[in-house]
Structures are given as C-alpha cells and as structure tokens.
Design a protein around this ligand. Sequence first.
Ligand code: SAM
Length: 300
Amino acid sequence: MARSETDSWDLASSVGATATMVAAARARATAEPDAIIDDPYAADLVRAVGVEFFTRLVNGDIEIPDDEAAAGIRLITDTMAVRTRFFDDFFIAAGDAGVRQAVILASGLDTRPYRLHWPAGTVVYEIDQPDVIAFKTQSMDALGARPSAQRRTVAIDLREDWPSALTAAGFDPAAPSAWSAEGLLMYLPPDAQDRLFDEITALSVSGSRLATEYHGGDFGQSIGERAKEMVGQWGAQGFDIDLSELFYKGERNDVVDYLSARGWQVHSRSRRDVFADYGRQFPERANPLQHSVSITAIRD
Ligand code: SAM
C-alpha cells in the first residue's frame, strides 16, 4: 500500500513487515557456521509474527528456485549480518568510551537491549511505532528474555514529537548519548530525514555519538527496482510485500555533509569496505548498496 503522512503498521504489514524481513535475515545469519553476529531471539520473533513466507525462511523450508534467487537470499543475509555487526560494534565502542545512554531509533525486532553486554548503569531507549514496540516487548517476555541494560520503550511515530516523548521517558539531554538510525532513513521523506538529524543534534551534548547509513540520493529508486525483482522471484512462494512502494524516492541530503555542517565529526566507510572488514564478499552485480556508506559520528 502506498505511504501516507500518518500511516501506521504492525510487524506483519507495510513498513513493519520490513522489520520482520530483516529479523529473518539475522536469524539465517546467526545460524551460519562462520556467523559474525549472534541474535538468539531473531528466529523465534519471526515465528511469533507469523508471516508465512518469513517463518518458512527461518525454518529452512523455502525452495530456492534458481541461482538468481539464491543470490538474493545471500545478499540480504550478508547485508544484515554486516549491518548488525557494524551497529553492535558502534554501541560497544560507545560504552567503552563511557556513554551510558543509548537510543535505538526504529528499533523493530532488534534485540540489542537483550543481547549486548552493556556497561552497568546503561539505559537503552527504543523508539518505534506503538504496535511494533508492544509486540516485541510481549514476545520477548514470552520467550523469557531479560534485558541486559535498563530498557525503556518510547512508542511513537518518528514523524511526531518524539523528542518530548523520549525526554518524558527519562532521556537526559545533558548527558552524552549514542544514537542509531539503522534501516530507517529510506522510510522517511527527505525533509523528515533532515528533521530527524536536527532533533538528534539538539538532544546531543559534546561527546555524543551517532551511527547510520546513507545510500546515495537515488536509493529509493534503485532499491525499489531490486525489491521488485525479489517479489518476482519469491512471489510463487508467498512473498507478496511490495517493498518498492514503502521507500520514499527523490533526492535527499547527503547525510555526511548534513551532519558535518551541524557540528559532528563524521567518519564514513563504503559498504564494500565494511563487508571486507567482517570477512564477507560484497556482490558487485545488481547490488543496490553499491553507493552505500556506513557512518559513525561524534558531536564536537
Ligand atoms: N532497526 C531495525 C533493524 O535493523 O532490525 C528495524 C529496521 S526495519 C527495516 C524499519 C523499522 O523502521 C520498522 O521497525 C518500522 O516500524 C520503523 N519505522 C519506519 N518509519 C517509522 C516512523 N515514521 N516511526 C517509527 N518507526 C518507524
């Protein structure tokens, strides 16, 4: 379904289903013999959501029809493994540097507040739409999972006044913080992306950190085309989510330039190099991440 300014979703529909999709990829990545991530909850969370295609994917019950389809699964599994590890390492480094306040924007089915070893006294805020937050909290409780930090949830749309909601939940703008925007920006219109970084900047004292990714100005277009191919390949097996409709297309500000101009020391690496850092092969062909960069930044 096409996007609108006030659309909402659960984990089986619209943008919410993308959180289930990437959790399925994390489950597959976790099960690999040379795994670079360990998300012990991902498979159970995907099964709990109950979208048949993703459940079969984590259960290993999908028939892979041809090499193209196999390459599609390989790409998403490796991409999510590398991305997850990159953000894991970012939060670990922030903790090592003494930051005790983390904000995971668009947390989806991410389980970092449960599976990372956070320094004592760390508070982790998770922000996502209300149905997404509620489902994950209940499912993790049902799995008997316990947070490894103080976990606070902020159930709100990121197009609304989330800074007030975050502060009301206890976030301290006077203390350094570590922020992640992972798998989020393409689901926000270009102006909302800028607003998000303005709001983060306003809440970040010197020494605060931020990790995100930028895919180039036309990412909505290129990933949309790749997504359409995937629907073609997997349609017969029940994959019927048209991802291409969920991304906001059109030119957007370059995140590196935008943050640099707002008092952040920005460090970016190409996705190709980050794949190499973690021992994964970056596929050159038909790869919508060709122009992607992984970004970390520290506030002056
Ligand atoms: N960061 C998580 C991960 O990597 O597993 C989830 C990524 S998933 C691809 C996209 C997430 O962004 C979903 O959980 C969705 O609910 C969230 N999201 C997108 N737009 C949002 C908005 N306007 N407000 C709140 N959450 C949003």
